[in-house]
Design a protein around this ligand. Structure first.
Ligand SMILES: [Zn+2]
Length: 425
């Protein structure tokens, strides 16, 4: 017996299948012509909705020359099934670019093998989660993730980010086992990374000031820097009117590093003994803020006070420096800092003696922090985020990908991953 539906209903059902896929893709301006299974997944044959081809480089309409080879673009998968868009792009004679170019397609960026929603989701996940999860979820390699991020950043980074800078922070990152460096510049007021480049020290920072130009340099009022970076000279040369501030984040890190050095020294002497093992485990307790200590942490600290006077002295030195920087009146902070320097110099802990020397050398810049309160908890949080992202991006073997990741996560770029919105109730 024949089925009850008429020929027109059957046709309508067939048309609807491609419409369903068109809506599933989530890209406007394209038609789905057919759907079939290939060895490596589901393939949707598509074409742009516009008739006249547009130049892939500049977007301008032009006459069609011929067709390029058939291409496939990787799209978001349906569950475990990979999905591809297939199309044979036209080649356009472009008057503006002068030459023959492959046409623009609405679903992908020029030169990319992935669709826009796919790239957007990869970038979103790269910021939100770790390397293993991104690569497994999306089925791409980490270097592909790097290339996708570079493309998105090139497209989205705010070109006006260097305008109107007033208070900036300069920081350096050692990456790839600390023999390669990256310099980053953050805008404290808008809390974002505005510039990053390979290298460190005077020359690198001067390259930033060159990018900025004289007029914009003159607008900068304050710069926070790392004491070790060798940035001071570049600032004095190019920004004579700016105030140099050593932010609290870096000053305190000097003390934490000194305490860690004391601990490591002792660890070397006690290697293999039970006391050494205890000491090994004490690191996180010592580095924690006192208000974050749990009861067992506190007990461990008390134990340390009884058994290890040197290390406990280091701990107190670290905490006291933080307190000195807590004062809001400059004269109080100055007094506390001077007392701290005297104590640290007499502490007979060599790493602290060295740290005290560094702080004394930059005394005014350290105190400037108290005046300005530039680096409050919020910028410190931002710094920590920057470091976390940088650590994740160290896996990229090119500095370009690493820099793009910093821009993507901390440069004020808004992503639009294809995620379902909240349920409407
Ligand atoms: Zn063109």
């Amino acid at each position: 017996m024949r089925c009850g539906c008429s020929r027109t209903t059957r046709q309508r059902v067939a048309v609807r299948a491609t419409t369903v896929f068109r809506r599933l893709i989530g890209v406007s301006d394209l038609y789905v012509l057919g759907v079939y299974f290939a060895e490596d997944g589901l393939v949707l044959a598509v074409r742009p909705r516009w008739r006249r081809p547009r130049c892939g480089a500049c977007g301008r309409q032009g006459p069609q020359e011929d067709r390029a080879r058939q291409r496939r673009w990787r799209h978001l998968g349906l569950g475990a099934t990979r999905v591809w868009l297939a199309y044979q792009p036209r080649r356009v004679k472009c008057r503006k670019c002068g030459g023959i170019r492959v046409e623009q397609v609405p679903w992908a960026e020029h030169g990319s093998r992935f669709t826009k929603p796919f790239e957007e989701l990869v970038a979103y996940l790269a910021v939100a989660t770790d390397k293993t999860k991104v690569t497994r979820l999306m089925g791409v390699s980490w270097s592909t993730v790097g290339a996708i991020i570079e493309r998105i950043v090139a497209r989205r980074l705010d070109p006006g980010r260097l305008d109107g800078l007033e208070r900036i922070g300069v920081d350096e990152f050692g990456y790839r086992r600390r023999y390669r460096f990256l310099t980053t510049v953050v805008d404290h007021d808008r809390r974002r990374v505005v510039w990053a480049a390979k290298g460190h020290g005077t020359a690198t920072l001067k390259a930033f000031f060159d990018d900025l130009g004289k007029e914009r340099c003159a607008g900068i009022k304050a710069v926070t820097i790392d004491m070790s970076g060798g940035y001071i000279r570049a600032i004095e040369d190019c920004l004579p009117g700016a105030r140099i501030i050593f932010d609290r984040f870096h000053v305190q890190r000097l003390a934490s590093d000194a305490m860690d050095a004391v601990r490591r020294e002792q660890l070397r002497d006690l290697r293999g003994t039970p006391a050494g093992k205890d000491l090994f485990r004490s690191r996180f307790v010592l580095l924690k803020n006192p208000w974050d200590l749990s009861r067992p942490d506190q007990a461990k600290l008390n134990e340390l006070q009884r058994t290890n006077a040197r290390l406990y002295r280091g701990y107190l030195l670290k905490e006291t420096l933080a307190q000195a920087l807590d004062y809001r009146q400059p004269w109080r902070a100055k007094k506390a800092l001077e007392e701290w320097l005297a104590w640290a110099s007499r502490s007979r802990l060599e790493p602290f003696v060295r740290a005290a020397r560094t702080i004394r050398r930059h005394f005014d810049g350290v105190l400037a922090y108290v005046d300005d309160r530039l680096t409050n908890g919020r910028t410190e949080g931002f710094n920590n985020r920057l470091r976390m992202i940088a650590r994740r991006a160290f896996g990229f073997h090119s500095a370009g990908a690493l820099i793009s990741m910093l821009y993507l996560a901390c440069g004020g770029i808004e992503l639009h991953p294809p995620l379902p919105g909240p349920l409407q109730t």
